[in-house]
Ligand binder design. Sequence first.
Ligand code: THU
Length: 167
Amino acid sequence: MGLFTINCFVMKEKRLVIDYVEYDSLAEMPERERGLMECAMESANKAYAPYSKFHVGAAVLLADGTMVQGSNQENIAYPSGLCAERTALFSASAQYPGQAVVALAVVGHFEGEYTEASPCGACRQVMAEYEMRYGNKLTIFCYLKGGRIRRIEGVESLLPFGFNADL
Ligand code: THU
């Protein structure tokens, strides 16, 4: 049988569906989730972003209820800076290495106005590492324009087909 004939039989079209929740405002959120979001908002005010002027704040919730803040820290040599999400995750891991990370909230503002903040690809990969390390899914909250909040269960929804080698 020729190669052409085999190809005709093996192709399948598939579809990926992502579920997420959207709150209309902070007021709609359960208290604990709102607390994490507010912690991220406070953190954004500690960003060092003289180059992009985009102030990003993140807050990580650990299994014991501890919240750890992170904000973007820029550098004149641009790639030497770090995103808010990774600053928060690495700080949490450095201070509380035994505590699983259960949730992460992220917000960003530009020229005094909140804008959509969604984790970059590198931060998504780092989040995936914490899920793998602690064996639980992360809940991710992103502050959107107009004060809405997106809630996503599990990094897989943000990073489908991510790197996941069996090492
Ligand atoms: N940034 C974050 O802190 N988190 C993201 O997920 C995307 C981008 C920062 C990096 C840089 O300091 C600024 O936002 C503009 O890209």
